[in-house]
Design a protein around this ligand. Structure first.
Ligand SMILES: *Cc1c(COP(=O)(O)O)cnc(C)c1O
Length: 219
């Protein structure tokens, strides 16, 4: 909680938004933050997200930040506030369809690969640019981009990758979203690198362990 205050202080200097990443953490820990005024929470697994949605106050804005399988979109489509992790065209098609089925417009960020690591997800930027067609997705509200930097101690590399994401957003804005006011979000920065992300223009940071303590996946 003390970390929450210092993070909020950092964010207020940049007008950035905090998504508290609550994956693996219990309902009580989320409620504690909720009572302190936090309303945006991020999860990376559909089953856990749905179960927490069902147990917690309905004015929470839930953010899906983990790799999303097409066949699971229908479970979150009725309530999800924003999907950060959209990294392929098939998934965009399914989200558009499920949004329509639910008579909703779903907020989406395009996840773009900026890290050097092979195992990180995201659109290849050139492929995205060559194949993207906005008119195919009338039930999606495109809000911006998301990216994850390489897991490294090398701050210069992290900074360069964040700068690349900022540039990708601007290029996409010019090419496809020039009339779309809301295409302005840059979701980048986690516990280890959020200060660099803020300096480079992040508008949404996704912070877990710094707020909730480290995660123990073996439990
Ligand atoms: C877990 C996770 C985070 C938060 O990571 P921390 O290092 O705990 O802050 C952010 N983004 C994504 C996509 C995640 O999966």
């Amino acid at each position: 909680m003390s970390n929450l205050l210092s993070i909020q202080q950092d964010l207020s200097n940049y007008e950035a938004h905090l998504v508290a990443v609550s994956k693996t953490k219990p309902i009580e820990a989320i409620l504690e933050l909720y009572e302190a005024g936090q309303r945006s929470f991020g999860e990376n697994k559909v089953q856990e997200l749905v179960s927490k949605y069902n147990s917690l106050p309905k004015d929470i804005n839930w953010h899906m930040i983990g790799h999303l399988q097409k066949n699971k979109v229908k479970q979150i489509a009725p309530f999800i506030f924003m999907i950060h992790s959209v990294d392929n065209f098939d998934l965009l098609e399914v989200i558009d369809k499920k949004a329509k089925d639910n008579q909703r417009i779903i907020n989406v960020l395009l996840q773009i690969k900026i890290a050097k690591e092979e195992n990180k997800y995201g659109f290849n930027f050139d492929e995205l640019v060559s194949q993207f067609q906005l008119e195919k997705y009338p039930n999606i509200n495109f809000c911006g981009v998301m990216g994850m930097a390489t897991f490294t101690e090398d701050e210069d590399q992290i900074r360069k990758e964040f700068q690349q994401l900022v540039s990708f957003r601007q290029q996409l804005k010019n090419l496809f979203f020039s009339t779309i006011e809301g295409f302005k979000e840059i979701s980048m920065g986690m516990s280890g690198d959020y200060k660099i992300a803020l300096e480079e223009g992040s508008t949404i940071v996704r912070i877990g362990s710094l707020i909730f303590g480290s995660r123990n996946y073996s439990e």
